[in-house]
Write a protein that binds this ligand. Sequence first.
Ligand code: NAD
Ligand code: TYD
Length: 336
Amino acid sequence: MKILVTGGAGFIGSAFIRLTMDAHPEFSVVNLDKLTYAGNLENLKTIEGNPRYRFVRADVCDAAAVDAAFVEHRPDAVVHFAAESHVDRSILSPEPVVSTNFMGSFQILEAAKRHRIGRYVHVSTDEVYGSIPEPLDADESYPLIASSPYSSSKAGSDLLALSYAKTFGFPVMVTRASNNYGPYQFPEKLIPLMISNALEDQALPIYGDGMQVRDWLYVDDHCRAIHAVLAKGEPGEVYNVGGSRALANLEVVHRILKITGKPESLMKTVKDRPGHDRRYAITSEKLEKTTGWRAEMDFELGLQSTIEWYVQNRDWVARVKSGSYRDYYERNYTQR
Ligand code: NAD
Ligand code: TYD
């Protein structure tokens, strides 16, 4: 089976492709990615040259380029990750976020429907539910009360994907995962930013009182969940994917400082994020019952090994921060 993966050069997409190459010899992958600031082909260095892997540089908003990829590669399934994924960027500059997350999702859905794709996973986020009051854990029927341009563009594209199931009988499933962490995450999200700043003895910016709660999911657990939904999900259904590890941001940052051996004086309270959601919490019961999936990574072990990865890969962090990782694409893909 051939899967067209969009956004496969990013954090979760690249983990999904590495996992697929390692653990699923029955699949080949076509990775369609625009290579924005967050897309880095170095993340896929270990599988380069694998005959089951191909890369196509294209924008998901470009209908002609997307169609050409479907015509040339004839995928059987689609896993759609490509997105502008950062809330703070979506506040500073919503246009590319709305365009990629909504219109890009539309173009991929349209092409997939036209080419009669048999299985489609639309990868989304628990942020579409907005802030969840204690002591609730949102299930898939919880209302969509998204707060930021990022989460509302994701909520819009979730509804669009589900409309393709309802209206056209198109076999799309939606997954809504909680906050992911792990290796190769761009150092703009909480965990990789705090790790890389701590390693460089730079200030760790804490938004507001730092008591906002996020549920943490190890990236490989998320990727296994997507494979489970691809194999066993019901068309038109939504599946939450949580890590069952809800922690306040301050708690996460304290742990990072402890593991890296850095002082708490590095923490600096800064102005809160506008529209900041206080608490995310979901239940993954439906996914567990349908597919047998469970989150396996213990948070303490996952955090420890993520920190070790960032310690070992300080040059990767320096390259993605400076943008010089783009040379890798130029060297390896444009001069053949
Ligand atoms: P990321 O920012 O690390 O990667 C996004 C990838 O998409 C990059 O490779 C980028 O080049 C590509 N891309 C962006 N715009 C594109 C476009 N117009 N055309 C083609 N490619 C484009 O994101 P991530 O953290 O890996 O998230 C992947 C998906 O998972 C997103 O849909 C996101 O909403 C969802 N998600 C993320 C999290 C999380 O904690 N990171 C949690 C739940 C769901
Ligand atoms: P983030 O990683 O941006 O994910 P999301 O907003 O999508 O949940 O942020 C996680 C939490 O950490 C969120 O409550 C905002 C907070 N945060 C900080 O306090 N400081 C930071 O520098 C960042 C990036 C996030």
